[in-house]
Design a protein around this ligand. Sequence first.
Ligand code: MTE
Ligand code: MO
Length: 383
Amino acid sequence: SDYSTDPPRHPSLQINSKEPFNAEPPRSALVSSYLTPADLFYKRNHGPVPIVDDIERYSVSLSGLVENPKQLFMNDIRKLPKYNVTATLQCAGNRRTAMSKTKTVKGVGWDVSAIGNAVWSGAKLADLLELVGIQKLTAIAQFKGKHVEFVSVDKCKEENGGPYKSSIPLIQATNPEADVLLAYEMNGEPLTRDHGYPLRVVVPGVIGARSVKWLEAINIIAEECQGFFMQKDYKMFPPSVNWDNINWSTRRPQMDFPVQCVICSLEDVSTIKPGKVKISGYAASGGGRGIERVDVSIDGGKTWIEASRSQKSGIPYITDDDNSDKWAWVLFEVTADILHSTEVIAKAVDSSANVQPEKVEDIWNLRGILNTSWHRIQVQVAD
Ligand code: MTE
Ligand code: MO
């Protein structure tokens, strides 16, 4: 494998691993716009970025448990109805570094910016599957247990040099309301190489690992994908499980991400002058659950202030009447008077009234996934 053909990247990205390239923007970049620009969007690769330059020849195969397998070229995919879906993509490892403070976890270290929000445009997977005779949301009993597997062209060491792959249930794939896309655009522009050019899957509301980039094949299979990233990674274990007693088959692959909330306007330890401070950040939940409330405390959790929340406004190329961004994050903001050194905390509640765990210790897991504990910032007031 060779990384010399990886694309150039934005200089302000914080690099967590060079080969493969894993990097995140400064947290302030996340709150400076509702949509995260592609060059600042976090990049999570497991191998060199593949080069797909012959776009005329590029195709995706659709096979497995289907009567008439098909090969689809970009033109075929572009002919299907085009949808714009605003969705937040979040790596399950977001905020992993903070989990290691309790006890070291294994995996690429991420601060709080392994997340981004974009408008993804492309064909619906449900429409594509109709081309091989799989009807939308019919004969559900017949679908039971079946999965749709996505296979890439990249090469990963975890797959012994084979491609990255993952799967989602067929029931979800054939549900047009689940908005699973084969996206060829991000924020109104063709996908960049780092984000899966020419075609990637976007599974809204689900951990980023299922949104396979550089898609090459779609397979209908009898059970979930047996690849490394489904079976030996991205599973949530209790704190008692360690690398000696782990039994991967006892847990299911993580799909939806839980409710998450992060302060982006302040670094973990910030020194400020006494007075008004703007506290802003993002909140998101998986599974299409919107954010119901964001609470901010400036006294270490004794009292709470409800933050104001906002979503898109006036983005010209969003034309769909799209459920008011149920897959997308909200940005929140509170302005508070801070006169003494304190701990500032943010936490969110989603539309199913799910709340975040108070302490990271309670959800510690050896792979360091899904750190959604209350986000805490130590603020030192210099007078
Ligand atoms: N798809 C392929 N082919 N190869 C990968 O390494 N990484 C996955 C997913 N899809 C990956 C992939 C993971 S773990 C995440 S979090 C997202 O892509 C990251 O997408 P991004 O780099 O566009 O932000
Ligand atoms: Mo990820």
